[in-house]
Design a protein around this ligand. Structure first.
Ligand code: SF4
Length: 441
């Protein structure tokens, strides 16, 4: 049978990006190859996100377009995976009769089984169970796309924290850590493929292994990866401030391969709101962690997530958030308007913030951070730094693009170096979203 075309669209977080890469691999065994244009596809797979209302709406509007396509191409197969598939389950297939199969967040490994049923029996199907295990597919030998210098590695799935705004524990299940020998083996295999930088993924990597008495700690896992020949850089995401241990903070001064960047979601700078969010730390404790990190690693870049318009957020709470943003001087932040989601506790809170108030706060926060980000980026002008070359710049294919250890994107001239090279550059100019580098002559 000749090759078949797969159009794979990923919504949402890096966890989904990793899962989509797995899907691509599993489907390669069925002779599917990726295409960029959905109209050429034999199979369209959407790896979905439902963490906020907006990405969910994007999935529905994409489905509307693919429905029209399926009318013209009746043999087109449409499948959905990820958080929205998990959230909606079987009723989704009833609502969207042109969708052929659904895979929950822990069932992606069953894609070929569902496609077999579709091929042989013409049967639409779903697999959405959420038990306390790691999806076995996550332990398959993993090979990244060719010529990649960086790769994600999932080290745990799910979350036990139940922040009152978050759907993750309901769509990704309770926290389960992958066995450390499997993780280390996967990273050794990636290093053998030429991968130089790995990013460890989990909803709360700081609590890695906490539920398994015989498992090593997250810091010990980092120590094990530090020993792997060929891996030059280690990153991880996401950290929960309440679980950021002194031992892990010290790792930033101790492990030479651990990059000087941490994404540490704050969510709100108001203690009152943090409490209602069930975050388990105060703004003072957060600021203390930031101080400790900067003491151990003065050049560390710190990014965060913030939610505005959480139910009951008053002007004074929002001002407290702005105040923390000024105090910390984040390198960058991701900010969102609160939205009700199925299952979450905050959906029951009656004191919702009007949409126009949330919008105004979001704009004010983003404007404030834009100024801070540019100021922080300007610090790099004139400095020399090491950049891992990741590929050609999207804006200008005559140029290279890569990242510093602090996770700043740097574009620089030339296309001679191999992807995966570590290049020393002088930072010539800083912009809002990237840096411009020049060769050191
Ligand atoms: S820590 Fe909170 S925000 Fe993060 S995934 Fe868990 S419940 Fe969601």
């Amino acid at each position: 049978m000749g090759p078949k075309n797969l159009y794979l669209h990923t919504f949402g977080c890096q966890m989904n990006v990793y899962d989509s890469e797995r899907i691509r691999q599993l489907l390669a065994s069925r002779n599917y190859r990726l295409v960029e244009d959905p109209s050429e596809a034999d199979l369209i797979f959407l790896n979905t996100c439902s963490v906020r209302a907006k990405p969910e709406q994007k999935v529905y509007s994409a489905l509307g377009r693919f429905r029209a396509l399926k009318k013209r191409k009746p043999n087109l197969i449409i499948g959905l995976g990820g958080c929205l598939a998990q959230q909606e389950g079987e009723r989704f297939l009833q609502r969207f009769p042109y969708v052929d199969f659904l895979l929950g967040t822990k069932e992606l490994g069953r894609i070929n089984e569902l496609l077999d049923d579709l091929d042989t029996l013409g049967k639409r199907g779903w697999a959405i169970s959420l038990d306390g295990r790691i999806d076995p597919y996550a332990s398959l030998p993993f090979l990244p796309s060719p010529s990649r210098a960086t790769a994600f590695v999932t080290i745990m799935q799910g979350c036990d924290n139940f922040c009152s705004f978050c759907i993750v524990p309901f769509v990704r299940g309770r926290e389960v850590s992958r066995p450390s020998p499997d993780i280390l083996e996967e990273i050794r295999a990636l290093a053998a493929q030429g991968v130089k930088e790995i990013t460890l993924l989990g909803q709360n990597v700081n609590s890695y292994g906490n539920k398994a008495p015989d498992e090593i700690s997250f810091t010990e896992l980092l120590g094990g990866i530090q020993e792997i020949h060929g891996i030059e850089r280690i990153r991880f995401t996401t950290s929960h401030p309440k679980d950021l241990s002194p031992e892990l903070i010290r790792s930033f001064g101790r492990l030479s391969k651990l990059c000087e960047h941490i994404h540490l979601p704050l969510q709100s700078g108001s203690n009152r709101v943090l409490k209602r969010m069930n975050r388990g730390y105060s703004r003072e404790e957060y600021l203390e962690r930031v101080n400790e990190l900067r003491k151990v690693c003065p050049q560390i870049s710190i990014t965060t997530d913030l939610i505005v318009g959480f139910p009951g957020e008053e002007e004074a709470d929002f001002q407290s958030t702005l105040d923390v943003v000024e105090q910390v001087q984040f390198d960058d932040l991701f900010s969102f308007k609160y939205s009700d989601r199925p299952y979450i506790r905050a959906a029951e809170f009656q004191d919702k913030v009007p949409g126009e108030v949330s919008r105004r706060r979001l704009m004010e926060l983003q404007a404030r951070q834009r100024r801070i980000t540019l100021k922080r980026n300007k610090i790099w002008e004139g400095r020399e730094d090491e950049v891992l070359l990741e590929g050609r710049s999207k804006e200008n294919p005559e140029e290279n693009t890569g990242r510093t250890r602090t996770n700043h994107i740097v574009n620089f001239p030339g296309t001679d170096d191999a992807i995966g090279s570590l290049v020393r550059l002088r930072i010539e100019r800083a912009f809002a979203h990237s840096l411009r580098g020049g060769r050191i002559v």
